[in-house]
Design a binder for this molecule. Structure first.
Ligand code: ADP
Length: 161
């Protein structure tokens, strides 16, 4: 069984991330979405909130081979524990490349049994990231087209508190 992990901050998950998850499910038997809670970023949503949103989307979309877990620590150790042989990352533009290249090679140094697989989203998602969605939402702009309805509702609620 080919298992991949898809790590990220997912603060919150966007349609770009979902595009990558769908592509990954075509290539692997199982995809574990891994929500990083130890990143240097200060997230808008707690780890639980991010996991709950992803869980609800997985259920609604009936993704049978996708699961979600919170994670902190060394990514490669987590991947090894879950018997994953690949780390999925999304590549949007050249600007993603340098950081992703460094991470992929550093992760390979940690374990050469795990490869990083880069997937490209549909063009319409190449300019999309979580921080621009948060920013537009904060400014009361239009962001419905960029996130799943589950995320739209939770984000609206968060901002109206
Ligand atoms: P990180 O904090 O690790 O960059 P993110 O949640 O921002 O986590 O993203 C996780 C992964 O998803 C990264 O590989 C990132 O490049 C990718 N990604 C983010 N947004 C998109 C998008 N719109 N289309 C494709 N991949 C994306």
């Amino acid at each position: 069984m080919k298992i991949a992990i898809y790590p990220g901050t997912f603060d919150p998950i966007t349609n770009g991330h979902l595009d990558i998850i769908e592509r990954a499910t075509q290539l692997f038997d199982k995809v574990i979405v891994t929500v990083a809670v130890n990143s240097s970023k200060t997230p808008m949503f707690t780890g639980e909130e991010r996991v709950d949103m992803i869980q609800a989307i997985i259920k609604q979309k009936r993704f049978s081979n996708v699961s979600v877990e919170q994670f902190n620590g060394l990514l490669v150790s987590f991947a090894t524990k879950r018997n994953a042989t690949a780390i999925i990352r999304g590549l949007r533009a050249i600007s993603d490349f340098e950081y992703e290249f460094q991470m992929a090679l550093m992760n390979r140094k940690q374990s050469n049994k795990i490869d990083t697989v880069f997937l490209m989203p549909a063009e319409k998602y190449t300019y999309l990231n979580s921080s621009i969605v948060r920013e537009i939402a904060r400014l009361d702009g239009k962001f419905k087209d960029f996130v799943h309805p589950v995320v739209y509702r939770v984000l609206k609620k968060k901002l109206s508190l």
